[in-house]
Write a protein that binds this ligand. Structure first.
Ligand code: UDP
Length: 379
């Protein structure tokens, strides 16, 4: 073995594929019994509808290198993501756009009028000086829209006061003074034609790659463990960085998700793939209806699969999904980075390994640069 990759999500598989194509023997281990990390998907057995077991994954990128790379392993559909939000029993389009503004204020403003209104409602804070999510949110869309669509939803999602969350979280949500309600601004967007798992399997399908599932890097009763291997072979570790160091600098806070999945006896439950629930009175954050991700597929006309998503703080035994990134977390992360730099030929990557809110295309892009800039010289 020339390289051990710990974790078979997009970051780990990109590293493995690049190294394998450069002629190196790679072993990928994953403690789960399937590849792909949280991007894994499977057909729901009763309906055949593809379900993203760890929450909806929507692929989009403006990075041409990443787009060219991912197209080697799958074709993409023309799916364009749109999200709606149920606020007090009324449905509005997201991200906040002219349609949302006019519906909310019961008006027919043109772009300039809407801009002037929002500028006035957003006066309290300056976007550039915004110190946290709340200030940034109000500075972008004004207090009334912020309180309706962002404040309680964000509190449900992060269970952390919006004044303690970093402003960047909300940079993911554009505000538009047109009726364009595409969720993502990127040049390329789509879903893998044969599903996520087929895409992930194609990445791992190389004679130089061996994947071992149900294999925990920290379990010393199996040979591919941390104690036995660090210092003997280059390692790319994509698990939680605090776990790697046995929480020596304290735990980083993560958010985990709980899902309630149901097959319903109707061909269409909500008419769209994702409906957010803005209010604090509804315990879940959103409902996914998976058939709408693939209108081109031949799914049953009388059944549908829905999944309610709940969000909460992760304990050590939960699957970590999102870094919460409070100021204390950022201090701890700096200490973990110092420790990481001292490890012998171990590189840390991916959402969990770097404690960063990376989308799929970002994880793949960062794996491609790690391979080119840091890893190839170790191999
Ligand atoms: N957000 C919000 N209201 C919404 C949707 C999103 O306030 O209806 C904010 C919230 O702070 C959230 C962030 O935007 O954490 C990113 O949301 P998105 O749904 O894009 O995140 P995902 O979980 O899909 O990565």
């Amino acid at each position: 073995m020339d390289l051990l990759v710990v974790g078979s999500g997009f970051f780990g598989l990109t590293i493995a594929e690049r190294a394998a194509s450069a002629g190196k023997k790679v072993v990928v281990i994953d403690r789960r019994s399937h590849i792909g990390g949280n991007a894994y998907s499977e057909a729901e057995p009763e309906t055949g509808i593809e379900v993203h077991r760890y929450g909806a994954h929507l692929f989009h990128t403006s990075n041409e290198t990443v787009w060219e790379y991912v197209n080697r392993f799958t074709k993409f559909t023309g799916y364009q993501h749109k999200v709606y939000s149920n606020f007090k029993g009324e449905v509005y389009p997201l991200p906040i756009n002219l349609g949302t503004i006019n519906q909310f204020f019961r008006a027919a403003y043109g772009p300039d009028e809407a801009r002037a209104l929002i500028a006035q409602q957003a006066e309290e804070f300056d976007t550039k000086q915004a110190k946290n999510l709340e200030e940034k949110g109000i500075s972008l869309i004004g207090r009334p829209l912020y309180e309706a669509f962002i404040r309680d939803y964000t509190a449900k999602q992060w269970q952390t006061p919006t004044t303690e969350l970093p402003a960047e979280v909300i940079s993911r949500l554009p505000v538009r003074y047109t009726y364009d309600n595409r969720y993502f601004n990127d040049t390329h967007e789509g879903l893998p034609v044969d599903g996520y798992t087929a895409w992930l399997e194609n990445m791992a399908d190389h004679p130089n790659i061996e994947v071992r599932l149900d294999t925990d890097f920290f379990d010393e009763s199996q040979p591919l463990n941390k104690k036995a291997l660090v210092g003997t072979v280059p390692i790319v570790y994509t698990g939680p960085v605090d776990r790697y160091f046995d929480y020596a600098e304290g735990e980083l806070s993560w958010r985990t998700l709980d899902f309630e999945q149901e097959v319903l006896p109707t061909g269409d439950f909500q008419g769209t793939s994702v409906m957010n629930y803005a209010g604090a009175d509804v315990p879940y954050t959103r409902i996914h209806e998976f058939r709408h991700f693939h209108p081109e597929r031949d799914y049953p006309a009388d059944k549908t699969v829905v999944m309610r998503e709940y969000s909460r703080f992760a304990t050590r035994d939960d699957e970590p999904y999102y870094p919460v990134n409070t100021p204390e977390d950022r201090d701890r992360l700096l200490k973990y980075r110092e420790l990481s730099d001292r490890e012998d030929r171990v590189l840390f990557g991916g959402r969990l390994g770097t404690y960063q809110y990376l989308d799929m295309h970002m994880a793949i892009g960062s794996a491609l640069s790690m391979f080119n800039n840091k890893l190839s010289e170790l191999l």
